[in-house]
Write a protein of this length. Structure first.
Length: 252
């Protein structure tokens, strides 16, 4: 079927050619409009944040709505671990770590201190440190963790409570479970005060005595090479605004 006629210095459409031209123009206009509409949609960005289970559940998750409201195009993924993981963009992109803040090649910004205190339910009626041996100790020991937080043995070196067996008691591999056991009056736990501020404020847990032990602080950590990455910056700014941190509202 001839669609056009060749004439000197020009081509002229035949009747079938003009009919096909109109159909193709409509089709290409429709394709162009669809491509333009799809291109206008924001490109979604996924980013993985690695931290301990307790930090994720007790501090960050209740405030994910702030990130979602300010950056609806970001899909935040949590990787929970008690040990540092590679911030290689595969396992994780950004992290909250417990330590001294010295990690080569990484930016480390202090979030909050980590003070360990003995706590228990007020229902135990515990007030004097000499009564501690009468109650079970609650331990948190992360499985296969190389960098352990403060344990009862460290606390006993300072307190030197007569008759206290720091090897006995309930043992949990998750801090949130240890906190729940303490709230349930199952014993006395040695916990990071920053993780149980709500329970202390509301009276579900009490700190009957000292001493307190300063542990290593928590830091927000990300690769130096990704300091200007828009997605990393967005998550960083969100973390800094989560209530309870030391650097709320600051910018890179």
């Amino acid at each position: 079927m001839a669609l056009f006629l060749r004439k000197p210095r020009k081509l002229e459409l035949t009747d079938p050619g003009r009919e096909l031209q109109q159909t193709l123009e409509t089709a290409f206009d429709s394709i162009s409009a669809t491509v333009e509409r799809l291109s206008a949609k924001p490109c979604r960005q996924a980013i993985t944040l690695s931290t301990t289970p307790a930090i994720a559940v007790r501090w960050l998750v209740p405030w994910v709505c702030l990130l979602r409201d300010s950056h609806p195009d970001i899909d935040l993924r949590f990787h929970t671990s008690h040990e540092p993981v590679a911030l290689d963009g595969v396992t994780a992109d950004i992290a909250i770590r417990y330590g001294d803040g010295r990690w080569p090649g990484l930016v480390a910004e202090k979030l909050f201190d980590n003070t360990f205190v003995p706590v228990c339910s007020p229902h135990l009626g515990l007030r004097d440190v000499t009564e501690l041996p009468k109650h079970p100790l609650i331990h948190f020991r992360a499985q296969a963790a190389l960098s352990a937080p403060i344990h009862w043995a460290s606390w006993q070196k300072l307190a030197n409570v007569p008759g206290l067996d720091v090897s006995a008691g309930l043992v949990f591999s998750d801090e949130t479970h240890a906190i729940s056991a303490a709230i349930g009056a199952q014993g006395v736990a040695l916990m990071s005060r920053q993780l149980i501020e709500d329970e202390l404020r509301e009276g579900r847990l009490v700190q009957p005595f000292g001493p307190e032990i300063e542990g290593k602080p928590f830091h927000l950590v990300y690769p130096e090479s990704r300091r200007d990455d828009p997605t990393v910056r967005a998550v960083r700014e969100w973390v800094m605004k989560v209530p309870g941190g030391l650097c709320e509202g600051s910018l890179i």
